[in-house]
Design a protein around this ligand. Sequence first.
Ligand code: UDX
Ligand code: ADP
Length: 463
Amino acid sequence: MKITKICCIGAGYVGGPTMAVIAQKCPDIKVTVVDLNEQRIKDWNDPNTDNIPIYEPGLSEIVAEARGRNLFFSTEVDKAIDEAEMIFISVNTPTKTYGKGKGMAADLKYIELCARQIARVAKQNKIVVEKSTLPVRTAEAIKSILDNTGNGVQFQILSNPEFLAEGTAVTDLLNPDRILIGGDTTPEGETAINALVDVYANWVTKDRILTTNVWSSELSKLTANAFLAQRISSINAMSELCEKTGADVSEVARAIGMDSRIGPKFLKASVGFGGSCFQKDILNLVYIAKTYGLNEVADYWEQVIIMNDHQKRRFSNKIVQTLYNTVADKKIAFLGWAFKKDTNDTRESAAIYVADDLINEQAKIAVYDPKVSKNKMLNDLDYLETRPSADNKDYLNAFDNAYEACKGAHAVAILTEWDEFTTYDWKKIYDSMHKPAFVFDGRNILNPKELEAIGFVYNRIGS
Ligand code: UDX
Ligand code: ADP
């Protein structure tokens, strides 16, 4: 079976870049990305591709090449579903904020809505691909909705989790470590799997395309994210011990990373991991484990989150303590608000939690981030519902450049590892600040010796 038309529901951080790359690499396939959010689709269709709603290095060029040729962004969801032989579901699956599983389970309401819409619209057989990260056995629920509310057509459900990391989405999509496709072991299931394998085979060698059953595929995605997050929490746990013992966490990470069984990646101590996936997926895993009565398994993985929360709080406490136990009315500059460099995504960013803690202490936060707007920062704080929105506006200000943000500040905190922060004239920043001037390097990207020579009191994670 050869796929000629793909529809992707959800034009977000996963759907947008993934479909752009599929369209670029498969010029014979018409790829339509649909979303309910009209503004988002309008932004994807902006004539100037630098204005597309998601910032990822290399993405605007790909969109410029494929858009209008075989890549389309639209709000006409029904039409795109009807046309396509293969439908990807890339809608958001946030942690539930209500009811059973509140704060832990994935909220599947958007997935269910998609399944119902596909069932209602589809007049021919369809392959439905789960792209969003989902709890194990979600495919079963999707299948049940499709089969019970559909028009008597056949559906095959595949799980094809996306492993891209934000900030490197395009290179990850172009050169994936692996593509994972889970499907039914029936002949129809295998035909569907092969149809999707053929799509990826346009640019990924077959030895990197793994096929499994649906449940293994779903669980592999949660497991991969849990393992990655666990490494960060492990090194962050060591960072606190390093600070007490005179060891340096970067040296420890380097020493252990040279053990080929451990490997050097994902061992950077930091103010804590953020992003839409790690916390959500681990909470999901914890919830599933608890559902099956596997309390030790649940507790084991929950500790990764507990450590991450501790690391964020420890960072804000350190700022308060070092600034003589009071930050009230003091200006604290934040460099970076995004959860990592090269993205405008702020979901679960450590910066939000650190700012929240410091605002509780009545500090004035002055933020500079090259890609995040003040509105988004305020929305992030409002979302925590710690205090009225009006108060957040009083306490947080955003600046167009780092030098302005730091002027008159008592301390600078590095929350995101944007490359440009390492290229600044730090002497100039120092001269414009209150004395003593403190730096809290939550990403360990600056050169301690250089900053100390200028006169800064420099604090890094894990030494
Ligand atoms: C992650 C997974 O890497 C990706 O495979 C999956 O598809 C989605 O979730 P993402 O959240 O985009 O990707 O970014 P990632 O690079 O994994 O970073 C997550 C967080 O961990 C960031 O806040 C980052 O700064 C932090 N991090 C990462 C560290 O603190 N230390 C490290 O060594 C690595
Ligand atoms: P992710 O990081 O998983 O891609 P995003 O929140 O960036 O998550 O994107 C998910 C997108 O899915 C949003 O733009 C949202 O408007 C869209 N969406 C959610 N439900 C539906 C639906 N039923 N039909 C179409 N689009 C939807």
